[in-house]
Design a protein around this ligand. Structure first.
Ligand code: ATP
Length: 895
């Protein structure tokens, strides 16, 4: 029989779970964890190895190759059959191995995104991995949090939870703490919060009643899938393209076979083998594996640079981003705040100190000698301390904040005004609160002390708080509010780039224990303004410059004061920083005016999440590809709508993370730019793989087809062509997956939204390189014959030329934007040289090992012949490089 937690009072639940408001001790939590196991749901068993291996053969391209092996065996061409079979096996092994590696890399990333929970242990708050929760833990829920276990609520403030996953009810439900009748159905248990549901608004505390599979969610038997398919639109497009290409190749080979046998160019069996080898060489069987590896390498490279891709297709979209809409606090700035100024009705004071350390002084710049605290300053400190959810801890490396850094700074500020965070804070009990929300821009608490004093404390954006005040505190007297004075002071603080907050209060009677909106709407007494410094991150300026070079617009969209926004925008180098539009301005613009404003305005202040959505839509209507950052729950619609939704890993709520494509583990703007650069690299590498593979296959096949149609001796025999395909297709092509970012990749404008992969320039490249391949193979072959060499030597020349050309073509493809003859370009990568060495060794083996020579029908080459083959490779590189320079510089026509 299950315990009916909802039918028990809070005190009973605490007793039953052997817990209390101070939380478990760390030792007890550790002990329970060993007993109860981790707070995780069972995962779907991974696919067995044999099935994964078998799946590698389940592909139209491979079916064709298997068919070809069968037919070749029937024709008793055992060597050819062996070579084709080797291609199939090697392909499957590489596919199997790389797919496994790629998927475990992605699963590893998922691990980095494991949900956390805010828990109270040993009387202090900590963020811990949700997996470590045990029954009896006290958990704090905030807006946007994912409920990390089943909880009996002990305290709620305007708490609403979305339980659709569990009950199917899509509207968020209100929660409270009173016990309910035993038979209350799951969907109506207002005093419980269940694992897997979401907090939409409010704030609460609860005690864990069940974890992992014992939770209600666990009872449904939900299994979590650890792996996702590694694919993107481009990869799917290529897979479809490969299938069509295969189909086309088979039809062409069929027609060619019919035509050649009608003309009786060769005996049918020989013609058939020629067609089989052409088809096998031309089919891009390695392409899917190489594409997958390219993606996996890209995903890992991004993770190293603090961007975790949750939704794989975004890797490609990132590369095409043309506007980044970023928030300010913590993304462009460090989010290491410190109160630097305090303005009261009678004085402008500066606050000294370092970081979150509660040591420093509040100095009146006008009369530095008078160090006495006035009553209003004292009250400002009390509001800062009590209208506050953060905690300060002294760690080995200095003072640390648990919670909002701005609130941490306010605690340090209160301490500098003489308040004891341990003692005084505990003297004041918080009866009720109105949590902060980005729409209303203020937070309020109702606090009582033990001596019958009670206050409503409010902090928030100055305009907002001013509209709720009727009086101001001067010393210990309250006077009529002088609105202009405060607006003026707020403007002055903001112009210095300080984040400004207003602090207000209202004494209430001891009997008041519930705080409602109506209590704070008017009649508050303004106590003071605080100005907080939040310096820009060092990397931001360079990252913004990089965006400008890369043709990517940067728009700052902040909830902060326009003055602060403009000052910070100027400091980090955003264009036209003085031209700030506020949320109110935006509301007054028609759609047309809004679109116009988008073009020249780059700083938007006092915006609410709804404005973000409108901004994304307007930018997309102008054909922009938009990356949008966010952290709060209300940002989710804008993040979903953006082409790439980016959420802050540290500040962002779990709900927002679910809506995002990319999670930044360091909340840093520079990481967005790094991810875009990586996105461009991945796209380029995918393009390079295709640009290298197709002309190579077409060139080699054409050499045979032309010889056949002209009735000439074949420069390469079917078995030789199969061999080239075997040694180069996967080894050389695969190296492109590991290509680093080209140096100038962030110096060109973003690619257009609808840019197709197979563009005119690529088609031209295929034709041009194929012609060069055919000419070089023929040239080498004919040269040897003219020199009176045997046909085996001539074919050996042609075969080795094919391989060498592929290598040099690879050097060209590595730099489709920049020059190929720089030290960096020629130095290559480790993967590149490893593949080249492997291929050259294999070539040396077949060229000089008598048994292999016999199998392939070739002969050894002397040094001059080897030298000539090498020269052909260099010549190819020189010619295509020259063509590239002319094409890109004169005609601005890129692959
Ligand atoms: P950004 O959107 O760049 O992150 P932001 O953090 O200033 O900027 P919000 O979090 O929406 O944006 O905050 C908007 C305003 O609300 C702030 O400028 C501040 O005046 C006020 N504010 C922010 N946090 C709190 C809080 N915890 N309590 C009271 N007021 C707050």
């Amino acid at each position: 029989m299950q315990t009916q937690w909802h039918a028990m009072s809070s005190a009973d639940v605490l007793q039953h779970t052997q817990s209390n408001q101070q939380g478990l001790t760390s030792d007890e939590a550790q002990r329970r964890r060993q007993q109860q196991g981790p707070n995780t749901l069972p995962t779907i068993k991974p696919e067995p190895a044999w099935l994964r291996l078998a799946r590698q053969f389940h592909n139209v391209l491979i079916y064709v190759l298997i068919g070809a092996t069968g037919v070749t065996l029937l024709l008793q061409h055992y060597v050819d059959a062996g070579v084709i079979f080797a291609v199939i096996i090697i392909n499957a092994i590489i596919g199997y191995y790389q797919e496994g590696k790629a998927e475990s890399a992605i699963a590893g990333l998922r691990h980095m995104l494991a949900p956390t929970a805010l828990v109270v242990r040993d009387g202090k708050q900590y963020h811990i991995p949700a997996e470590q929760l045990v029954v009896g833990d006290i958990v704090i829920l905030e807006a946007g949090a994912r409920v990390p276990a089943d909880l009996r609520l002990l305290e709620t403030h305007s708490l609403q939870v979305q339980e659709a996953l569990l009950t199917g009810e899509s509207a968020a439900v209100n929660k409270q703490i009173d016990l309910l009748a035993e038979q209350t159905p799951l969907g109506s248990r207002a005093c419980m919060a269940y694992l897997g549901t979401w907090v939409t608004t409010g704030h609460a505390q609860g005690v864990v009643t069940a974890t992992g599979s014992n939770t209600e969610f666990g009872h449904i038997g939900v299994m979590l899938s650890e792996v996702s398919r590694l694919t993107t639109p481009l990869v799917e497009q290529t897979a479809r393209f490969s299938k069509w290409l295969t189909f086309l190749i088979l039809i062409s080979a069929g027609i060619l076979l019919a035509y050649a046998s009608w003309l009786e160019l060769k005996p049918f069996a020989e013609l058939f083998m020629i067609m089989v080898s052409i088809a096998v060489a031309a089919i891009p069987e390695g392409l899917p594996a190489v594409m997958t590896i390219t993606l996996a390498v890209g995903v890992q490279a991004m993770a190293k640079r603090h961007a975790i891709v949750r939704h794989l297709p975004s890797i490609e979209t990132l590369g095409a981003v043309s506007v980044i809409c970023t928030d300010k606090t913590g993304t462009l700035t460090r989010n290491e705040m410190m109160v630097a100024a305090l303005t009261t009705a009678g004085a402008q004071l500066t606050v000294s100190g370092d970081g979150y350390a509660p040591d420093g002084a509040v100095i009146d710049t006008a009369t530095p000698a008078s160090n006495r605290l006035s009553s209003d300053m004292n009250d400002a400190g009390r509001i800062a301390m009590l209208c506050n959810d953060a905690q300060l801890h002294q760690a080995e490396d200095g003072w640390q904040v648990v919670g909002d850094p701005m609130e941490g700074a306010l605690l340090a500020f209160a301490a500098k005004l003489g308040w004891s965070l341990d003692h005084d804070r505990r003297q004041w009990h918080r009866h009720d609160e109105i949590p902060f929300d980005a729409e209303s821009r203020y937070m309020a608490t109702l606090n009582h002390d033990h001596r019958g004093n009670a206050f409503i404390h409010v902090k928030g954006a100055p305009e907002q708080v001013l509209s709720m005040c009727s009086h101001q505190l001067v010393g210990n007297q309250s006077e009529h509010l002088v609105h202009e004075y405060w607006l003026n002071q707020a403007q002055q603080l903001a112009a210095q780039g300080l984040r400004v907050l207003a602090l207000a209060q209202r004494p209430v009677t001891d009997s008041k224990v519930v705080l409602e909106q109506a209590d704070v709407n008017e009649g508050l007494i303004l106590v003071g303004l605080v100005g907080l410094i939040d310096p820009p991150r060092n990397e931001t300026i360079a990252a913004i410059q990089q965006c400008q070079q890369a043709g990517i617009g940067v728009k700052m969209i902040t909830g902060d004061h326009p003055g602060t926004a403009a000052a910070i925008a100027r400091q980090v180098g955003i264009e036209n920083a003085e031209n700030v539009l506020t949320g109110t301005d935006l509301d007054q613009l028609s759609d047309h005016e809004f679109h116009e404003a988008m073009q020249h305005t780059h700083v938007f202040a006092r915006t609410s999440p709804a404005h973000k959505l409108r901004l994304v839509q307007a930018l997309q209507a102008q054909q922009h590809i938009v990356a949008m950052t966010g952290d709060g729950v209300n940002d989710a619609p804008a993040l979903k709508r953006a082409d790439v939704g980016i959420v802050m890993g540290i500040r962002g709520s779990e709900a927002t993370k679910q809506a995002a494509d990319v999670v930044l583990t360091d909340d840093n703007f520079a990481s967005i730019v790094a991810a875009i650069s990586q996105g461009r690299t991945v796209y380029d590498n995918l393009k390079k793989v295709i640009s290298w593979d197709i002309p190579t296959s077409v060139g080699e096949s054409m050499a045979i087809i032309i010889a056949l149609l002209l009735g000439l001796a074949l420069p390469i025999t079917p078995v030789q062509l199969l061999w080239v395909n075997l040694v180069t297709a996967i080894t050389l092509g695969l190296t492109l997956a590991f290509e680093p970012t080209e140096p100038n990749s962030m110096c060109r404008p973003p690619r257009h939204r609808s840019e197709p992969l197979l563009r005119g320039a690529l088609v031209w490249h295929v034709v041009f390189v194929s012609v060069l391949f055919v000419s070089a193979l023929y040239g080498a072959f004919q040269y040897a014959l003219n020199q009176g060499q045997s046909i085996e030597v001539a074919r050996s020349m042609a075969l080795n030329t094919a391989v060498v050309l592929e290598i040099f073509h690879l050097f060209f493809i590595r730099n489709i934007y920049g020059p190929s003859f720089t030290w960096r370009a020629l130095r290559g990568t480790r993967a590149l040289w490893l593949a080249i060495i492997l291929v050259l060794l294999a070539q040396a083996l077949v060229t000089y090992l008598p048994a292999a020579q016999k199998l392939l029908g070739i002969a050894a080459l002397n040094w001059q012949q080897v030298g000539l083959v090498m020269c052909l490779g260099v010549a190819l590189l020189l010619i295509v490089e020259l063509e590239k320079q002319i094409r890109t510089r004169v005609f601005n026509w890129r692959l």
